[in-house]
Design a protein around this ligand. Sequence first.
Ligand code: FES
Ligand code: FES
Length: 175
Amino acid sequence: MSCADRNGDSSGIAGPGPLPLVLDVNGTQHQIMVEPRTTLAEALRGPLGLTGTKIACNHGACSTCTVWLDGTPVAACSVLAVEVEGQRITTIEGLAQPGSLHPVQEAFIAHDAVQCGFCTPGLVLSCAALLARNPHPDRSDIESAISGHLCRCGTYPHVIEAMLDLSTRQDPDHG
Ligand code: FES
Ligand code: FES
């Protein structure tokens, strides 16, 4: 359905008022109303209340807002919510299993890879995506996977150590 159809507007112009939208987030279908200008990050944090997705630069430059779209990390501040209907969205809230953290989360804790934590959800999601496609990444693979992430606290060496640790003992089924 086009945005214009949702609006009941034959002009071909959607909005500026809210449009009905169904987003598949962490395995659950959510019906929301958002203006077409609403970014995915804003929709997650606002109507859906999933504030684990952080917004920092809001310009696609820091990767703080990283989520997965169909398993691929993307900057949620640079995607409109209306663009991602029908895709599987995974946020940091959907990564862990009930009662057990994701191995990347465990490794971040074990290697002290978290300080203020603001960049952490995005970093964890990018690292988890890397492990899902490559269970045994080397330092270069890890540096490449996190290269777009800005961490003002400078946790990079700890993040790399956490990932190298996982790389040596990672079960290929994890991630
Ligand atoms: S907040 Fe989205 S890339 Fe910086
Ligand atoms: S832990 Fe503070 S910005 Fe990364």
